[in-house]
Design a binder for this molecule. Sequence first.
Ligand SMILES: [Zn+2]
Length: 283
Amino acid sequence: MKIENHILSDDDVDTRYVDCPKRGGAITGPDTIIIHYTGGSTAEATADYFYSSNVQASAHLVIDRNSPLIFQLVPFDTVAWHAGRSSYTFADGSERSGFNQYSIGIELDTAGPLVKTGSGYLAWFGKSYQAEETFFGTHQHQTEPGYWHAFTEGQIGCLLEVCRLLLVTYPIKYVLGHDDISPRRKIDPGPAFPMEQFRKHLLDLDRNQDGSELASEQSGRVTAPGLNVRSGPSVRHTAVADPLQYNQAVTILEEREGWYRIRASIELECWVSSRHVELRREV
Ligand SMILES: [Zn+2]
């Protein structure tokens, strides 16, 4: 994955640049990444909406939920219209408003809040989802738990790869949710997004670029459909999660006699046969 002239590209992830006219001037920094969900049916529908609707809204990226596919609508050095009225008080007490000027906006393709019905879980636009696609939890600004369309491991892995690259390319210091900077207007990305873990993971990676053990991590991709993930480096070890998908991005932490200990997502570390993982050069 690389950024050239403020445009993202990758050999494996399908990155499509759509030159969206809804944009401002030169961005300041950028020093912040703002995470959103689309609340729509597909990433392509959202990208098309940003591109062609009359609504004064856009974003830098839209990351697909079900396949390695990213739409970019605005170059990273240019203001996109994703944050709207927004303000935040940072840990050091400094305040900021108008986040579009300083931030890269990344939209994750999910349907948002879901309502449980007799046959499934219904999105606001009428599409129904199955239980295994849902997340049940309480939003930080709400008191009652509810159902949300879950993000996928592949999608979060893709986001992580993008954010790592943004961190080394731009002076990024903060990762915030839209619901952090517009708490009375917005509920995205909501409780289904593991913000604390994601933020910690990104900052840990950043810190480790200075040469501790994680600096030797390599990234790779799964080259077989349904790669088993095990608790240890042999076929006798039990499966610890669902098999990995073809082309899924992983981080290799350790190698031992034909096996890799990998991080497949921010929540999953496990062992896989090294025969079915292809190493990639780091960015
Ligand atoms: Zn948003």
